[in-house]
Each structure stands twice: as structure tokens, then as C-alpha cells.
Design a protein around this ligand. Structure first.
Ligand code: IPM
Ligand code: MG
Length: 370
């Protein structure tokens, strides 16, 4: 099988970490196994704005449409602070999510044993941590209309964002949560604010009903989103899978990421509904971190989240779970060997840059596949 990948490095460190993922892809291609990869590349975000005046072109969207998986780096940076909101770098990412209906965003936060001391939480709280945040990605505050700033007669302005969810949008993500939980601990937390928000009331009611009809074997616990944020810091290991809306998921996943030692560690997968004909889902894989303009271009960025995102692509889009395991094991090994990028550096260990980290992981993969 030849898997078609579209690589969209984007801006800032997205470009640097994408080179390291290409290194890993080249190794797998060099093995001459039954699976190979065809990689197309294009611009997204600020880079696309500079070249074409839009955050993603129609040509890039067409390539994305035919790709088996999209590998996305990161977008944004202060260089584009003054471009109009509709054109801004993030619009490229949001268009990919929305146009391909990538509603299920899986954000695993796994604490590698070697990094338990790099977290800002105590070792005892994060050691062995393995949480999955399942974020609804195509609805809610991100896309609800009206979304505007209007001038008022009294000279003031009024900013409006609208949070909208329908029954089916909640039902489909809760079903995904229950299906994933069945392969994990069998327990789901649903975080929403039904004490303040009407969408929260709907999330609670639809979740309870979906659980009852679809997955009574799963243990369901409802949690108010702010309490969830607090409990994540207090005792993260009480959670296994948290399903939540687009905005809460954005925030809670950054929080969960930091428990693993660094935002530079966290991969993600954004999946659409399965095609009724082929059974395959449209999918985009990206690190949870951003373009980190402060360190970009210096070879300092941690490529692990990007490489781990490719491992997720192998697992969910390419039916290559064994190779995904090899990559994840290679990452753990390199960390065990004491290699650290600046974001996860600890006393007495070996500080390396993006390329050195990428090469070390690539070497472990080579050895494992030899
Ligand atoms: C994320 C990011 C994006 C989001 C930005 C870049 C638009 O923070 O994927 O978590 O807010 O969804
Ligand atoms: Mg975010």
C-alpha cells in the first residue's frame, strides 16, 4: 500500500520539526516493506499568506482532500499580528478542521517515565500518567455565528462570540468517547458547564442519553469544567478519558500537556466520520504546541510531539500499529538515554537541538526495524 501524506509545516518551529518527521518517513520508505509513503508538501498559515495572500490555498485544500493523512506543523507568529482576522494564519488550520469535518480531536497526555521530573507537578502525581482528552473540534465557540465586533451608537464596541451545539454534534463525539474508553479503562468523564451555559445543559442531557442507549457498559462521570481544571492539577490520575467541547478542550488539553513535562511532547489526531463506502476517516495529525516564534529558526525546538503525531497517523490512518509502536518506543528510549531538548532539560542530562533529537530517534527506529 502506498499512503499519500500531505505535509503542511506552516510557520516558526513547524518548519524545523517537519524536517525531523521527513527523516522518519524516509527511514520507513527505505525499509521497502509492504507499506510506503508518498509525501506532498504545501504552505499553510503565515507562510501561505506571504506567498499567496491566504492562509491556505485551494490547491493545498485539493491536495488535502486526496491525502490519506495530513501532517500539520504549527501556524502563527507576531509577524502576522496585523493581518485581518479573516485572513490570519490560524484560519488555515480552522478551515481544514471545518471543511473536512474533523470533529474528533484525540489529545493523549502520556508521561514518559524519564520525564516524570520535568513536569511542574510532583513526580508522584504524574508518574505513569496516561490521559486522553477528547475535544470536539468543529462546533462551539470556535465556529458559532454571529462572531463579530460591532460599533455601538454610544461610541463603544460590542464583541460577540456564539457557542452553538446540536444534539447530533454532541452525540457523535460522546459515541467516539465511549468507543475509545472501551479500549482503555472503561471510564469517561464529560466536562461542561451546565450550571451556567445552555450548551452545557445540552451536553449533559445528550451525554447521559447517549451513554444510556449506546454504552451502558461504560462508567460515565459528569464534571463541571472548572472543577475538572482544578482536579487535573490536584490529582490527574483520577482521569482516564475526558470528553469536552471545543473551547474547554483547547484549555484542558494545554493543561494536561504540561503534566507530561512539556507542551513539546504532546501529539494529536483530528478525525472525521468514517466514509460509508471505504470505512476510512479523513484525518489530520498535529502537535498540540504552537509555532513558538520565540525559539524558531534556532534549532532548539523539540520534535517529539511532531514525530509522535506521525506515529498516530500510522495507527489511525495507515493501519500500521506495529510501526507506530516502534516510533513510540524509540522516543522513550532516546529519553531514557538522557537526551533532552531545552524544554525538557534537566541537570546532568545531555542537551540537544531539534536535529540531533530527530536523528537520535531516527537511529533507534532504524535499529528496531533492522
Ligand atoms: C490548538 C491551537 C489552536 C486552537 C489555534 C492555533 C487556533 O491552540 O490546536 O489547540 O485554538 O484550536
Ligand atoms: Mg490550543
Amino acid at each position: 500500500t502506498t499512503h499519500k501524506l500531505l505535509l503542511l509545516p506552516g510557520d516558526g518551529i513547524g518548519v524545523e520539526i517537519s524536517r525531523e518527521v521527513e527523516r522518519v518517513i524516509a527511514i520507513l520508505n527505505g525499509k521497502g516493506g509492504p507499506n510506503s509513503f508518498e509525501v506532498e508538501r504545501d504552505l499553510v498559515g503565515g507562510a501561505a499568506i506571504d506567498a499567496h495572500g491566504v492562509a491556505i490555498t485551494e490547491e493545498a485544500m485539493a491536495k488535502a482532500k486526496t491525502a490519506d493523512a495530513i501532517l500539520f506543523g504549527a501556524v502563527g507568529g507576531s509577524k502576522w499580528d496585523d493581518v485581518p482576522y479573516e485572513i490570519r494564519p490560524e484560519a488555515g488550520l480552522l478551515r481544514l478542521r471545518k471543511d473536512f469535518d474533523l470533529f474528533a480531536n484525540l489529545r493523549p497526555a502520556i508521561c514518559y517515565p524519564a520525564l516524570a521530573d520535568a513536569s511542574s507537578l510532583k513526580r508522584s502525581l504524574v508518574e505513569g500518567l496516561d490521559i486522553l482528552i477528547l475535544r470536539e473540534l468543529t462546533g462551539g465557540t470556535y465556529f458559532g455565528e454571529p462572531k463579530e465586533i460591532v460599533a455601538l451608537e454610544n461610541g463603544q464596541k460590542r464583541g460577540v462570540d456564539t457557542t452553538i451545539y446540536t444534539t447530533s454534534e454532541i452525540e457523535r463525539i460522546v459515541k467516539v468517547a465511549c468507543d475509545l474508553a472501551r479500549k482503555r479503562s472503561g471510564k469517561v468523564h464529560m466536562a461542561a458547564k451546565w450550571n451556567v451555559m445552555k450548551t452545557g445543559v445540552l451536553w449533559r442531557d445528550v451525554t447521559v442519553a447517549t451513554h444510556k442507549d449506546h454504552a451502558p457498559d461504560i462508567e460515565l462521570e459528569l464534571i463541571v469544567a472548572d472543577n475538572c481544571a482544578m482536579q487535573l492539577i490536584r490529582n490527574p490520575k483520577q482521569f482516564d478519558l475526558i470528553v469536552t467541547d471545543n473551547l474547554f478542550g483547547d484549555i484542558l488539553s494545554d493543561e494536561a500537556a504540561m503534566m507530561t513535562g512539556s507542551l513539546g511532547m504532546l501529539p494529536s489526531a483530528s478525525l472525521g466520520a468514517a466514509d460509508p463506502q471505504t470505512g476510512r476517516s479523513k484525518a489530520l495529525y498535529e502537535p498540540v504546541h504552537g509555532s513558538a516564534p520565540d525559539i524558531s529558526g534556532q534549532g532548539l525546538a523539540n520534535p517529539i510531539a511532531m514525530i509522535a503525531s506521525f506515529a498516530m497517523a500510522l495507527r489511525y490512518s495507515c493501519n500500521m500499529a506495529a510501526e507506530a509502536d516502534v516510533i513510540e518506543t524509540a522516543i522513550a528510549k532516546v529519553l531514557d538515554n538522557g537526551l533532552r531538548t531545552a524544554d525538557i532539560m534537566q541537570n546532568g542530562l545531555t542537551k540537544v537541538g531539534t536535529e540531533e533529537m530527530g536523528k537520535a530517534i531516527a537511529a533507534e527506529i532504524e535499529t528496531a526495524l533492522a
